[in-house]
Design a protein around this ligand. Structure first.
Ligand code: MG
Length: 263
């Protein structure tokens, strides 16, 4: 009987002290604040201060936190061919020009999420039609093509024209300049995440594109890697950070002022 009394006392002491402990550590229940008694400072957050960078002189110029991928002269420090050898693309008058048969040019750095600025120009001498006119492309993470094409008075399938996410999303409008004129893309890219099976996305890649300053892709989701033939989702394979790739499609398309900000 005495033993039972002692055990009961111990249990009571434990229960009492843990209740006390809970009372001390339990988060305070937020109390509603009367809006009439609030001051402006109660909703101001000051720290940490937002990182300060220096903007370019023009909106198309790289800000101070950008990585310059092409500055008008040197290609070998940031770019190589598909096998990692020096690229056969040429530099002329400050621009980087695709050479038929040279294959793609690939950034040596690999990226995940980013903001990319890139300017491009299709040949002023118009030859070919549809997909055969001024075709190149900006491949995000080596897999997802933002189409580069002379789409000025040049009909092709709608999700294959300039600014399309090739064969997946047509641009919202065709804001193309004439062949031989410089154009720009500003691309915001969110890399995909993967399910454990490695062949399906947990979150798909997402892309926003401004073409010559105009929004043409508004945070669209991709179904899978860009495919010329076949259904994109059949070709999904888990990947991490990857290069930026510019396409050689046989037309001498020029690029300049390429910079990227990792996000
Ligand atoms: Mg292309």
């Amino acid at each position: 009987m005495k033993k039972l009394l002692i055990i009961s006392l111990m249990l009571f002491t434990y229960a009492y002290s843990s209740a006390q402990e809970q009372q001390r550590t339990a988060p305070a229940t937020p109390q509603p604040v009367d809006p009439n008694r609030m001051t402006p400072g109660m909703t101001e957050i000051w720290d940490p201060e937002v990182k300060i960078i220096t903007p370019g002189a023009k909106d198309s110029d790289a800000p101070s936190d950008a990585i310059i991928l092409f500055n008008g002269s040197d290609i070998s420090s940031e770019w190589a061919d598909n096998k990692g050898n020096p690229s056969k693309w040429i530099v002329q008058d400050g621009s980087l020009i695709s050479v038929r048969g040279a294959g793609v040019i690939k950034s040596k750095r690999k990226f995940s999420n980013f903001q990319l600025h890139i300017e491009w120009k299709t040949p002023s001498e118009v030859t070919g039609e549809s997909q055969g006119r001024g075709n190149s492309g900006v491949f995000l993470q080596e897999l997802y093509e933002v189409q580069v094409l002379d789409s000025y008075n040049n009909r092709t399938y709608r999700h294959g024209q300039a600014g399309s996410l090739y064969k997946q999303h047509a641009p919202l409008v065709n804001n193309s300049r004439k062949p031989g004129e410089w154009q720009s893309y500003d691309i915001i890219y969110t890399a995909p995440t993967f399910n454990n099976d490695t062949t399906t996305y947990y979150t798909p890649p997402r892309v926003t594109v401004l073409h010559n300053g105009v929004l043409i892709q508004n945070n669209v989701s991709l179904r899978g890697p860009t495919e010329y033939i076949g259904i994109p989702e059949y070709f999904i394979k888990k990947h991490g950070p990857a290069s930026l790739v510019l396409q050689d499609h046989g037309n001498p398309v020029a690029y300049k002022n390429i910079w990227i900000r990792e996000l």
